[in-house]
Design a protein around this ligand. Structure first.
Ligand code: 3PG
Length: 285
């Protein structure tokens, strides 16, 4: 189930990259094939990048075009990604990128509503100044960054589930199993395996020294990728979710004290203070 949740996340990210490359950078299917084939020789090397390259090259048997252009954009699901999200919420472990991937498949199924909405909210046709080569370079790093955060969320879910349900999972073994022959196999799993081999109790792979350095290097590129998507009006839900997870996880302070104050205000739900132990309630008005 968690494997498939990760799979949903990676596939959503790859589809967003496809959208940006197709409509933002104007790449045709041959160029997409070449780019994905090249990416598959570098930091993104993985089964899902490899098969995407093959998909772009596939000719359609029924028309003169490419098969990818004839496939309906309504994504189906058998439910395993949703189960991962449901279980993560039960355990109160955040896996927002996987949640987003589930939601985007669901949104894709609202085809008739989307068609009607497109007529109402005309998609801007004016040219936004996007440098094709910069976008391609940014995207490789943005995908790498977000592949890391996707595995991080899946592994964190397994770690917490193991704790809660006394599974005694060995995360290094799981990373090792996933390297061989499954859909989310990727060269990245080698480094995840090393991280858990040397630190079996690692709280999150984001704070493994190797991944910390990689994320710091890649973060400007994911920020630029998201900015490109936002200016072009191309949805980048999974990339945004990935960056927000990182930006939240690395902050010692979050604005959730205001949520606590409001909960106490309207529901006397109490709060804890930063300067002394105990449970407090205030008569706010
Ligand atoms: C798989 O083959 O990994 C899954 O069954 C795919 O799941 P989905 O049908 O929900 O995408």
């Amino acid at each position: 189930m968690v494997h498939n949740g990760i799979e949903y996340g990676l596939m959503q990210l790859i589809s967003e990259a496809y959208h940006l490359l197709k409509e933002g950078a104007g790449l045709n299917n041959d160029e997409l094939h070449d780019l994905f084939a090249t990416w598959n020789k570098g930091i993104l090397r993985s089964f899902l990048i490899e098969i995407a390259a093959t998909v772009f090259a596939r000719r359609d048997d029924l028309t003169d075009g490419r098969l990818i252009d004839m496939i309906s954009d309504v994504a189906h699901q058998k439910g395993t990604g949703k189960w991962a999200s449901q279980n993560a919420m039960d355990l109160q472990v955040p896996i927002p990128l996987i949640d987003t991937a589930v939601a985007m498949r669901e949104l894709s199924a609202f085809k008739e509503e989307r068609k009607a909405a497109e007529l109402k909210f005309a998609i801007a046709k004016e040219k936004v100044d996007v440098n094709k080569n910069t976008l391609i370079k940014d995207l490789e790093q943005a995908l790498y960054f977000s592949f890391i955060t996707t595995y991080a969320q899946g592994m964190a879910l397994l770690a917490h589930a193991s704790e809660e349900y006394k599974y005694d999972l060995n995360l290094a073994d799981i990373a090792s199993i996933w390297r061989g022959g499954c859909i989310i196999r990727a060269s990245l799993l080698e480094t995840i395996l090393s991280a858990y081999s040397s630190q079996p109790k690692l709280a999150n792979i984001l704070v493994d020294d190797f991944f910390t350095k990689e994320l710091i290097k890649a973060q400007t590129h994911i920020r630029s990728t998201i900015q490109s998507g936002v200016s072009l009006g191309i949805p980048v839900a999974a990339f945004s979710s990935s960056l927000s997870y990182f930006d939240s996880y690395r902050r010692a302070w979050l604005p959730t004290n205001l949520i606590q104050a409001q909960r106490d205000y309207f529901g006397a739900h109490t709060y804890e203070r930063t300067d002394r132990p105990g449970i407090f309630h205030t008569q706010w008005d």
